[in-house]
Design a protein around this ligand. Sequence first.
Ligand code: PAF
Length: 282
Amino acid sequence: MAKKPATVHTVKALRNRVANWHKAGKKVAMVPTMGALHSGHLALVEEAQRKADHVVVSIFVNPTQFAPSEDFARYPRTLKEDTKKLSALETDLVYAPDIEEMYPAGFCTKVMLGGPAEDLESVARPHFFGGVATVVSKLLLQCGPDIAVFGEKDFQQLLVVRTMARDLDIPCVIHGMPTIREDDGLAMSSRNTYLSAEHRDVAPVLYRALIDTAIHIREGSSIAWALREARSRLSISGFKVDYFEARHAENLSPIHSLGDGPIRLLAAAWLGKTRLIDNIPV
Ligand code: PAF
């Protein structure tokens, strides 16, 4: 029988629960989300369950990581359905704060970032990582988990959060989990629901371009050439490419040849009004 997770809405209630688990010597994992849960999120919860005794899933659509022109208002809010999906996994606790709990009147502090937050996503979305880092640092400090699980789908976000937790001495292991994909390779994302049927058919080309680029690079093609090929293939398929880059997998610094270190290919591209991001290791 599915066990409905308890839901708390305040920092105080969250801390009480986690303190009791820690007092009993249990390990606690957190999976921060903005809800609209899909199989990718559920895989993060299952990974968290393998790593800890108790799992907290936070559900909060964070306004500070959206620019005024972005989709904050229409971002899917599906707490009831999300809780049902989490029941099936026997998740222990859902933390669903409201905006006033996260950003009470007078809130004015922001985490400032460098390193892996520079470039790539930050070019098109300069507000994004400041908002993510601020809310994630709050979530981690509110909950105090031993480990937090993030998807590699947002690879730059994963590195930004890991670097921030290290630099701010937040005592929590940041664990990355490989991307979960649809059968045709499209990375699962809550925003895939925005795609029209026609664009949904084209969307997996982004993943296929990443795979082929990795193959070209491994087989000795110049990185610059392989990236140019991929960008032009995407444009011909109807994408508007924000970036398609090869970066050092540990710090996202530019990389020019296979010998320069572990390579991660990262891409962001628009199909109509939907922006897709994806990445793979070479
Ligand atoms: O990846 C997300 O869903 C969000 O950026 C996160 C980490 C939950 C912060 O709002």
